[in-house]
Ligand binder design. Structure first.
Ligand SMILES: *Cc1c(COP(=O)(O)O)cnc(C)c1O
Length: 368
C-alpha cells in the first residue's frame, strides 16, 4: 500500500490505478503543457476535441467496436439510463424483457414500470424472477421465459450487490441491451450478440456521473424521434456527445483508464488478474466451514464483487471494524442487503486482496 493510502474496497466510486492518479494530480494544475488545468479547458477547445477523439479511439480498441457502433459519453449515472432506454426504445404498444437479478436490475424494472404507468413507454416484463432465490444466481438459458417479439432484452451482466454474474450473454431473439457498469473491461464482451451496452464510470472507468454508451448505429436510427435532445441517444450521437457541456474531466479520465487497461495487457490480462484476485477470497469462504457464507451460488460468482455474511450481523460489523483498523476499508455490504462486500475492480491491487484473505483466515480462527 502506497504511503497515505488505504486498501479501499468500495463498490463505487472505487480504487483507481496509482499511475492514473499521479497523472490526474498533474493535470489538474496544467494538462499536457497547455498552462490550463484539466477542469478549466473549454469543451470546444482544440485540446479537448483531441481528448474526446483519443478517448473514443481507446474505447473502440478496448471493446473491439467498429464503425457500425456509436460511442457516446453521457451523464446521469446508469440510473438515468434506466429511464432513457425505455423512452428511446420501448414503443407504447410493445414489451421489453428485464430479468430481475439483483438491486440494480430491480431498479431498472421499477423505473421502466413508472414510465409505463405515466403513459410514456410500453410494458416491462420479467422473464426471470431472482428474488425467489434471494438473487443467488443469474438465470440459465432454460430459466428464461422470454416475451415473443420483445422490443429488447435488458440484463445486468455483473450484479454488483450480491456479487453474481452471467457466465455468458443470454441467447434471445430480441436486441440485447446490457448494463456492464460493474465489470466493464474486466472480461471480454461479445459485441456481436449485443445492440447496446452502457456503463456508469465510477467502477472500472473513472469518475462518477459519466456514462459510456456503445450502441449500434442502426438501433439509433430506429429510436423514438420526438424526444428532447438531452433525453435522446440519437441526439447525443449526432452532436458527438456534446448537445451541452459534457463531463470533460470524466472523459479525460475515461481515456486514461482505458489506455491503462490497454498498456497493462488489455481485457484478457484484466480477466486473468480478476480471476486470480477473486479466487483468493472465494477460497477463504470455501475453506471456512460455513463461517463465511457466500451470497452467490459458486457457478455464478462475480470476479468484481465478493459478497458474504458471517454468522451474525454483529460479527459482520465486528469484521468490518477490525479490517478497517488494519487499513482495509469500505467492506460493509450494500445498505439494502448488509453483510460484507469486497469490491475488487480492475485497478484493485493484488496486495490488498492478499491482505484481506489472510485477515479472513485469522478472523475465522479467533471468532469461529
Ligand atoms: C453502480 C451501478 C449502477 C448505478 O449507477 P449510478 O451511477 O449510481 O446511477 C447501475 N448498475 C450497476 C450494475 C451498477 O453497478
Amino acid at each position: 500500500m502506497a504511503t497515505g493510502r488505504k486498501f479501499n474496497f468500495s463498490a463505487g466510486p472505487a480504487t483507481l490505478p496509482e499511475s492514473v492518479l499521479a497523472e490526474l494530480r498533474e493535470a489538474v494544475w496544467s494538462v499536457d503543457g497547455t498552462g490550463i488545468g484539466l477542469l478549466e479547458h473549454s469543451h470546444r477547445a482544440e485540446w479537448f476535441m483531441r481528448v474526446a477523439a483519443d478517448t473514443e479511439a481507446a474505447v473502440r480498441a478496448a471493446f473491439g467496436a467498429g464503425e457500425d457502433w456509436s460511442v457516446t459519453f453521457m451523464q446521469g449515472g446508469a440510473s438515468l439510463h434506466f429511464n432513457l432506454l425505455p423512452l428511446n426504445f420501448l414503443p407504447l404498444d410493445a414489451v421489453a424483457d428485464y430479468p430481475d437479478t439483483d438491486v440494480w436490475s430491480a431498479k431498472a424494472i421499477r423505473e421502466g414500470r413508472a414510465l409505463h404507468e405515466a403513459g410514456l413507454c410500453g410494458r416491462v416484463a420479467v422473464p426471470f424472477d431472482g428474488q425467489t432465490s434471494d438473487y443467488d444466481h443469474a438465470p440459465a438459458q432454460t430459466e428464461l421465459r422470454c416475451s415473443p417479439q420483445a422490443a429488447y432484452f435488458h440484463y445486468c451482466s455483473n450484479n454488483t450487490v450480491r456479487g453474481t454474474r452471467f457466465a455468458t450473454a443470454p441467447r434471445v431473439d430480441a436486441p440485447l441491451f446490457c448494463d456492464v457498469s460493474s465489470e466493464a473491461l474486466s472480461r471480454p464482451i461479445d459485441l456481436a450478440r449485443h445492440s447496446l451496452i452502457y456503463a456508469t464510470a465510477q467502477k472500472n472507468l473513472g469518475a462518477a456521473g459519466l456514462v459510456l454508451v456503445l450502441a449500434r448505429r442502426e438501433l439509433l436510427a430506429r429510436a423514438r424521434r420526438d424526444l428532447p435532445s438531452m433525453l435522446s441517444y440519437a441526439a447525443f450521437e449526432k452532436a458527438q456527445s456534446m448537445p451541452n457541456t459534457p463531463h470533460t474531466t470524466g472523459i479525460w479520465l475515461l481515456g486514461r483508464m482505458v489506455r491503462w487497461v490497454l498498456t497493462e495487457g488489455g481485457v484478457a490480462e484484466m480477466e486473468r488478474r480478476a480471476a486470480h484476485r477473486a479466487g483468493l477470497l472465494y477460497a477463504e469462504i470455501d475453506r471456512s466451514g460455513g463461517f463465511y457464507h457466500g451470497l452467490s451460488r459458486p457457478d455464478c460468482r462475480s470476479h468484481m464483487n465478493v459478497s458474504f455474511r458471517l454468522p451474525s450481523a454483529e460479527l459482520d460489523s465486528h469484521f468490518a471494524r477490525e479490517a478497517a483498523a488494519q487499513g482495509m476499508v469500505t467492506l460493509e455490504g450494500h445498505r439494502e442487503v448488509g453483510g460484507i462486500r469486497a469490491s475488487i475492480y480492475n485497478a484493485f491491487p493484488l496486495a490488498g486482496v492478499q491482505a484481506l484473505a489472510s485477515f479472513m483466515r485469522e478472523f475465522a480462527k479467533s471468532n469461529g
